[in-house]
Design a protein around this ligand. Structure first.
Ligand code: NCD
Length: 311
């Protein structure tokens, strides 16, 4: 039962629950009016303490398409956080106004804290460089629809794997499926954190760390490109030195499988050459579209507007 449940980390839902959620997402993709009006009278609060385009707008579009309404803020400067209000106080108050809270915050652990003080479910839309579980739902749905399976797939993550929260969440989520193999492609300074690799070792997931994309691209079913996360660097010089570490071009794609898909949580800066947008393997805009469908499914299940058998 996802009803009235918060979503803070990538493993909060069981694999069976994810499966049901993805089935519902597919149903919504094929019939966008399937759950129309199912959330009429419900309120979604979107509290964004950090910039966002897709995550906030796809949540709001999802709620509006379900017949519900949205309120909130897109930047902390327009909220009482600017006056020094604590997150706990903000959440106590907003959770009395809304039926569901979606929050993005620059501090790792903020979503977990919000859940503690909220009377309504909280969905983590990104907590600093930690996790981003609804991007993971988006990524998994895209892989399921375009690759057709999770078991045994080979996924490469390329770019800023240290600060990229979408990488952390998707890695943990994929590690729950059998025979998945992971490739981490980054400069040494931006490698995946050791708490993640330690978990992979414990789960017996095979992984490779390298700084050479060309070396492994031919093995992959999915290549997950990421932006170097400028806002998390303590030193601008270090960012400037590393920002162009990987730029995916048509030339580099010659080494990839014909059916490999390219994912990217977006926004893209320059890590995927725009000439690749026309390549049938470029799936990042489709991925952003799935983001809205899966968030519709998530909201409907969380608010009890849809009750699949397992959920
Ligand atoms: C990502 C994020 O906010 O972590 N964006 C998103 O939600 N799609 C990726 C990023 O900002 O690089």
């Amino acid at each position: 039962m996802l009803e009235q449940r918060s979503l803070i980390g990538p493993k909060d839902f069981t694999l069976e629950e994810l499966d049901e959620l993805f089935k519902l997402t597919e149903q919504i993709e094929h019939d966008k009016d399937f759950l129309r009006e199912s959330c009429r009278g419900k309120l979604l609060a979107t509290l964004f303490f950090e910039p966002s385009t897709r995550t906030r707008l796809s949540f709001e579009a999802a709620m509006l398409r379900l017949g519900g309404s949205c309120l909130g803020f897109a930047e902390p400067a327009s909220s009482s956080a600017a006056k020094g209000e604590s997150l706990a106080d903000t959440i106590r108050v907003v959770s009395a106004y809304a039926d569901l809270i979606v929050m993005r915050n620059p501090k790792e652990g903020a979503a977990l804290l919000a859940k503690r003080y909220s009377q309504v479910p909280v969905i983590n839309a990104g907590d600093g460089g930690h996790h981003h579980p609804t991007q993971t739902l988006t990524d998994l749905v895209t892989i399921k629809q375009l690759v057709g399976r999770f078991n045994g797939i080979k996924v490469g993550f390329c770019g800023d794997l240290k600060f990229g929260r979408t990488v952390h969440s998707l890695t943990e989520a994929l590690a729950r499926y059998p025979d998945v193999e992971l490739f981490f492609i980054s400069p040494d300074e931006l490698g995946v954190p050791s708490y993640i690799t330690n978990e992979l070792k414990v789960s017996n997931i095979q992984y490779t760390e390298t700084d050479r994309l060309e070396k492994v691209i031919g093995e992959l079913d999915v290549l997950y490109m990421t932006r170097v996360q400028r806002e998390r660097f303590l030193n601008e010089g270090e960012y400037l030195r590393l920002k162009d570490s990987y730029i995916l071009t048509a030339e580099k794609m010659k080494g990839a499988k014909e059916r490999m898909i390219i994912l990217h949580p977006l926004p893209r800066v320059n890590e995927i050459d725009i000439e690749l947008d026309a390549d049938p393997r470029a799936a990042y805009f489709k991925q952003a579209e799935y983001g809205m469908y899966v968030r519709m499914a998530l909201i409907a299940c969380t608010l009890g507007a849809f009750k699949p058998s397992v959920l």
